[in-house]
Design a protein around this ligand. Sequence first.
Ligand code: ADP
Ligand code: 5GP
Length: 208
Amino acid sequence: MPRRNWNRFVSRYKILSKTVRGNIIVLVAPSGAGKTTLANKLLEDFENIRFSVSATTRSIRNNEVHGKDYYFLSEDEFQEKIEAGEFLEWEEFYNGIRYGTLKSDVEKMRDNGYYVLLDIEVLGAVNIKKIYGQQALTIFIKPPSLEVLEKRLTDRGTESEQTLKTRLDRAKKELSYENRFDKVVINDDLNHAYSKLKTMISGFMNKN
Ligand code: ADP
Ligand code: 5GP
């Protein structure tokens, strides 16, 4: 059997047999570095990866869907989940806007044999690594420069002047976290970055 088909066979066997718990893959980066773009490509290519949908108190963007991109919650709903211990981790990102990873969703997907993909900011990723250790692969997605990051965020067209500035200020700090993670991928040319990312993830899957 060709190797690609064999890998598919093995991953399907793991999912269907539910004998192996899936591990965690974290994409972490300053806002605008390309996590969402890369995550979507991974989800298209790897049938054994599922996306962990986070909860957030930020408002929904035009192209987003509740339950697919995020669970969009009110302040009170988010606070109730904190108090009920439903988050693996949560962080305030800017201006009181909070984001959190839901424990039950992640564990359910792992129980079903899937690798779980998280797209989260640096502090949350550090916490996930503390919780899961070797069972988590944390990959820092680095923009080629701050100028490119600014251009990507501006061109994405999702930010006001104020939120763009806040995100860029935060990005400057987040870039100094690079060496806290297992791997780094520079997202210059998208195809090149994606190919490196795929190789890292395949290596992690073969070890775990
Ligand atoms: P993040 O999820 O990290 O905030 P996105 O995936 O939304 O970032 O990417 C930010 C913007 O940059 C998007 O408009 C996306 O299409 C674009 N983008 C992502 N990667 C690249 C790349 N390698 N080259 C050029 N543009 C990119
Ligand atoms: P955005 O508003 O651009 O969708 O996300 C802002 C930042 O919050 C991004 O860096 C994103 O990765 C991060 N984020 C999304 N979900 C979570 C989460 O569950 N926990 C943490 N800590 N950060 C998150």
